[in-house]
Design a protein around this ligand. Structure first.
Ligand SMILES: Cc1ncc(COP(=O)(O)O)c(C=O)c1O
Length: 405
């Protein structure tokens, strides 16, 4: 953040026009952000929303997902992915991950049932889902594909932006993301009908005319709104952040790949598989060790050298301890606690027959990988000295007799 975001925020506040659809002096900041973001991604439509969670719910709403349907999600994700499915009354079904730490297309195939309607593929920690294999599975089973790009804003596969491969892409601009205004998100699609449904879902249930008035005649599009409209203040800040995104990504990537290069000398360290390294946004480094003890000792030793974030669970963390990212840590999922005191969606009549378990052990690859892998976040502001400190921290940790022996 610098004076450009300050100037954008002050400009909007001075205009006294903070609402996107009409005002005294329309600023059209959210509109402009949507045009700029869709051009950046190379997608027809972008719809700004108030959060990534709201974006996922909007996507499911646009697709008409609800009770009686199952949505496949990865075992390693963020709780919001499961929450979105639960909030629309559908059943989340877990699929295992592979060594990309993203959903395994083969596991998706195995977990499809006649009730499966959609898959939410999460591009985790700056890397990507094996999208071409997943698209094959989705196409052969006629499933909608939602790409959750919250943790990989600006990522590409084969030069094409993530979020543009499936039916709908969802982004988050919450504070931990590659670009931010504190809280916001975006829903993107190349499909005009889905976009219009998303517009209605995120607003008051109808689309709008160019003047901001509700357009109530389109029965195919009309639904019930969720109220996730974005305001002009955040729209203006996001426009500045989007201009900075390429530079932020380039800096994170250069730090990450310099650190990775130095890890080649440490045979115990296996870097995470990245599907397309040229499209990795660089903000996360995951390394895997032969066993849990080595992972934990590496983590401890580096922490002792001061290599950690101010918030203890966001960087230099063994993934099993990474809170609500791993399915078995999400108590409300494991115990199937509903959105109301009747246990919705698991107790709904329409969902009877969807027998699912979220207990530890149901996703063995994820279970194994998260206990012997460590995640580091790579900020865009690391100095060369910071990078050297991290490199030295790894080498020192893995050269120590307790680990090497
Ligand atoms: C993978 C993933 N999906 C969804 C979300 C939800 O986004 P938000 O926090 O903006 O609601 C997040 C992050 O918070 C996330 O990491």
């Amino acid at each position: 953040m610098d004076e450009q975001e300050v100037e954008a925020a002050v400009r909007v506040i001075r205009s006294k026009s903070l609402y996107r659809y009409y005002s005294l002096t329309p600023q059209a900041e959210v509109n402009a952000f949507e045009s700029e973001f869709s051009a950046f991604l190379g997608v027809k439509h972008a719809l700004a929303v108030t959060s990534g969670t709201g974006g996922l719910i909007t996507a499911l709403g646009a697709l008409g997902v609800g009770p009686g349907q199952e949505v496949i999600i990865p075992a390693y994700m963020w709780i919001a992915v499961a929450a979105a499915v639960v909030n629309v009354g559908a059943i989340p079904v877990l699929a295992d991950i592979d060594d990309s730490f993203c959903i395994d297309p083969e596991s998706v195939r195995e977990r499809v049932t006649p009730r499966t309607t959609a898959v939410i593929a999460v591009h985790m920690n700056g890397g990507h889902v094996d999208i071409s294999r997943l698209l094959d599975v989705a196409l052969s089973h006629k499933l909608f594909l939602i790409e959750d790009c919250a943790q990989c804003v600006g990522g590409t596969i084969g030069g094409r932006s993530i979020g543009t491969f499936g039916d709908i892409g969802v982004f988050s601009f919450q504070t931990n993301k590659n670009m931010t205004c504190g809280e916001a998100g975006c829903v993107v699609s190349n499909d005009e009908h889905l976009y219009q449904r998303a517009v209605a879902t995120h607003d008051a249930g109808y689309t709008r005319t160019a003047d901001g008035l509700f357009s109530c005649d389109e029965a195919e599009i009309t639904t019930w709104g969720r109220g996730y409209r974005l305001d002009e203040l955040r729209g203006a800040i996001l426009r500045v952040q989007l201009r900075k995104l390429p530079q932020v990504i380039s800096k994170m990537r250069s730090s990450k790949y310099r650190i990775l290069e130095s890890l080649k000398a440490l045979p115990q360290v296996r870097p995470r598989k990245i599907i397309d390294p040229t499209g990795d946004t660089g903000g996360f480094l995951i390394t895997t060790y032969p066993d849990e003890a080595t992972a934990r000792e590496t983590c401890r030793s580096m922490r002792a050298n001061g290599i950690a974030s101010s918030s203890p669970d966001t960087s230099n963390v063994v993934l099993a301890d990474y809170g609500l990212h791993i399915y078995y840590n999400i108590a409300s999922l494991v115990r199937k606690r509903g959105t109301d005191n009747r246990g919705t969606p698991w107790t709904l009549e329409e969902n009877r027959g969807s027998e699912v378990s979220y207990e530890k052990g149901t996703n063995p690859v994820a279970d194994d990988l998260v206990r012997r892998s460590i995640l580091f976040t790579i900020p865009s502001c690391l100095s060369r000295q910071d990078e050297d400190d991290i490199i030295q921290g790894f080498h020192q940790a893995l050269a120590s007799p307790s680990v090497a022996g």
